[in-house]
Design a protein around this ligand. Structure first.
Ligand SMILES: NC(=O)C1=CN([C@@H]2O[C@H](COP(=O)(O)OP(=O)(O)OC[C@H]3O[C@@H](n4cnc5c(N)ncnc54)[C@H](O)[C@@H]3O)[C@@H](O)[C@H]2O)[C@@H](O)CC1
Length: 176
């Protein structure tokens, strides 16, 4: 398996959506979110892991998470959404509307800690390749809570690894 770095991931998306390849954003987002939902259903069967919390970020990675929530709901899971900073794009609004039609509940940040107690799997859809360190609020408190939990965290772009790795390296540099 090969892992793309931030620059190569951005280039791949630009290439896919170029006139030469002809893909569109919604199509790629649907594939990303569907893949996340499929992977979760394979690794965490719904019979013992039905409560899934999806943490949705303000960019297109958040859109991937909304797509995943819709498919998880169709697969028979009980997804919940936490999106503290909804973007105003029409794509995002459409995806939220689809989730709302499926009665997927919304969790406020204040209730995150409580919600985690009944959660089997968290989907981290906070940031993708648009992330720029350092993390800003309200995401600092969310990532802090997620970092402390032992609940499995699934992601197509793991914000926790990304942000904490960068923060740790910066800290290590600052004290040497
Ligand atoms: N062509 C595309 O753009 C596609 C993107 N996809 C997904 O979308 C991701 C990239 O989307 P975006 O470019 O919207 O980037 P992100 O999803 O990483 O989100 C960027 C947003 O996060 C905010 N942000 C960045 N750093 C922050 C920080 N440190 N603290 C708080 N807020 C911060 C920015 O203000 C911006 O609103 C990809 O990694 C992939 O997961 C897929 O949906 C497929 C197509």
């Amino acid at each position: 398996m090969s892992i793309l770095n931030q620059r190569d991931a951005i280039k791949l998306d630009i290439d896919l959506m170029s006139d030469k390849c002809g893909f569109v954003l919604e199509q790629l987002m649907e594939l990303a979110g569907f893949s996340v939902a499929q992977a979760i259903s394979k690794v965490y069967p719904k019979e013992s892991n039905s409560n899934i919390l999806l943490c949705i970020g303000p960019g297109n990675n958040g859109g991937d998470g909304l797509v995943a929530a819709r498919h998880l709901s169709h697969f028979g899971y009980k997804p919940k959404l936490m999106y503290p900073k909804p973007p105003k794009s029409q794509v995002f609004r459409n995806l939220l509307q689809q989730c709302s039609q499926l009665d997927i509940p919304i969790v406020e940040i204040l209730d995150l800690e409580k919600c985690l107690k009944d959660t089997n799997v968290v989907v981290d859809a906070l940031f993708g390749f648009g992330f720029k360190s350092p993390v800003r609020e309200p995401f600092v408190q969310i990532l802090d809570l997620l970092a402390k939990t032992s609940i499995p965290i699934a992601s197509s772009n793991p914000s926790l690894i990304l942000t904490y790795l960068i923060s740790t390296i910066l800290y290590a540099i600052s004290v040497t």
